[in-house]
Design a protein around this ligand. Structure first.
Ligand code: HSE
Length: 432
């Protein structure tokens, strides 16, 4: 039996997906059982670098999601609308969904999964996180025996590329961003990537799967990389660290009280850590659970071929289940996911972290003593204090703390800002 696909979007990932489906030789035999029925695009006249059958393109995307002949909708248009509405309409019409759309799943996942459960259809999203890296299905299936404790990922290729270039070339953020845009590694509007929003979408999806909780996207703390300077990268290096934009999901248990910490921020990572050597546009996700311990998933986190690889794998998963179980049967619980319980997410002030902080201060007696006292007043214990040199007339001091509740650290910083000898606090970066 041949299953018919409605493909929404023929951009980078859409073209990669069509390419695989039209060329099944040497790939999984189930690929011979799927056929692209319609492709929804914005323009019928745009030049494409893929050969397509004459009547496959249409600009009427709504007609695709309601077409009775179509079994599976592959949504690759991205963005919130019309993607959300089209997905919900497709589900209401009994179609299974494969999507790469992290933004829509992070914000409307609960609504979409509930509708899918009701309609007894699958919504698979391997391509939404980590591009070609298998991480969504492993969390649902291969790691299902584990109690997941934490996930730490580099899940935005653009920012990892920028930080890697800054580290290797000693260049400043703005310079590297411009170069990345010129080379097509960064979007014309890079906000979602450089502000950490894209990584926050992705970690909220991973956390929801790993901890079986509904996650409110707005509860995920995110801080981007726009304030990272070449000097911080240099000082970090001298202290034995590299700077990475990490997305972290962690479960904490106090008695029976379970809370999740969900955050995205630039982080000093010790050079011996497995994530420290994940460079360029590559992504990696380190998952820790019991009894497995740690496992790391590494690979190309974006791009046409890698993302299409994940899209088609999801499509094959659905076709495989439909082949063996038939349509309209009970959903396979290992493939479908619909957490019922809302996550209790800790405010960032309650998260314990270590901090790297750079101060510019007057070179007068007692400054380090004043810093130490202010930190001590709020219970912030210091791991190291180094005066690294001068910027003009001001001494530059770098402090690394031990683990401390972020709220306490922030209160200490407020007090330190008011000290006469403190000229500026140019950087505060969390340490893994
Ligand atoms: N903008 C994303 C990144 C692409 O840079 O990783 C894939 O989600």
């Amino acid at each position: 039996m041949v299953f018919k696909i409605g493909l929404l979007g023929l951009g980078t990932v859409g073209s990669g997906t069509a390419e695989i489906i039209y060329n099944p030789q040497g790939r999984h035999p189930l690929l011979n059982d799927i056929a692209i029925h319609k492709i929804g695009v914005n323009s019928l006249t745009k030049k494409r670098n893929i050969e397509l059958p004459g009547d496959v393109l249409t600009t009427d995307l709504e007609s695709i999601v309601t077409d009775p002949e179509i079994d599976i909708i592959i949504e690759l248009i991205g963005g919130l609308e019309p993607a959300r509405t089209l997905i919900l309409k497709a589900i209401a019409s009994g179609k299974h969904i494969v999507t790469a759309n992290k933004a829509v799943i992070a914000r409307y996942g609960s609504e979409i999964f509930a509708a899918a459960k009701e309609a007894k259809v699958y919504v698979l999203l391997e391509a939404a996180v980590g591009g070609g890296i298998p991480i969504v299905e492993p969390l649902k299936q291969s790691l299902g025996a584990n109690r997941i404790e934490n996930i730490i990922g580099i899940i935005n290729g653009t920012t990892n590329y920028i930080l890697t270039e800054m580290t290797e070339k000693g260049s400043d953020f703005g310079e590297v961003l411009e170069e990345a845009q010129r080379l097509g590694y960064a979007e014309a509007d890079p906000t979602a990537d450089i502000e950490g929003y894209d990584a926050a979408d992705k970690i909220s999806i991973l956390a929801s799967l790993a901890f079986d909780r509904k996650v409110k996207r707005e509860d995920v703390y995110s801080e981007g990389i726009t304030n990272i300077t070449a000097s911080d990268i240099d000082y970090a290096d001298k202290l034995g660290f590299v700077i990475k934009l990490l997305a972290i999901a962690q479960k904490t248990l106090e008695g029976n009280e379970e809370t999740l910490q969900l955050r995205v921020h630039p982080t000093l990572v010790t050079t011996s850590h497995p994530l420290a050597n994940v460079n360029g546009v590559f992504n990696a996700i380190l998952v820790e659970g019991q009894p497995l311990g740690q496992v790391m998933f590494y690979g190309p986190g974006a791009g046409s071929g890698p993302t299409a690889s994940a899209v088609v794998a999801d499509t094959l998963n659905i076709v495989g289940v439909l082949q063996s179980n038939g349509k309209g049967q009970t959903l396979d619980p290992l493939l479908s996911s619909a957490p019922q319980t809302q996550a209790d997410i800790s405010p960032i002030e309650d998260v314990n972290s270590r901090f790297y902080t750079r101060f510019l201060c007057a070179d007068v007696p007692g400054v380090i003593g004043h810093l130490g006292t202010a930190f001590g007043d709020y219970g912030v214990s210091l791991a190291s204090v180094v005066q690294i040199g001068f910027q003009g007339e001001f001494a530059e001091i770098v402090v690394v703390t031990h683990h401390v509740r972020e709220g306490n650290f922030r209160s200490a910083i407020e007090e330190i800002r008011s000290l006469n000898a403190i000229q500026d606090i140019p950087s505060i970066i969390r340490v893994l």
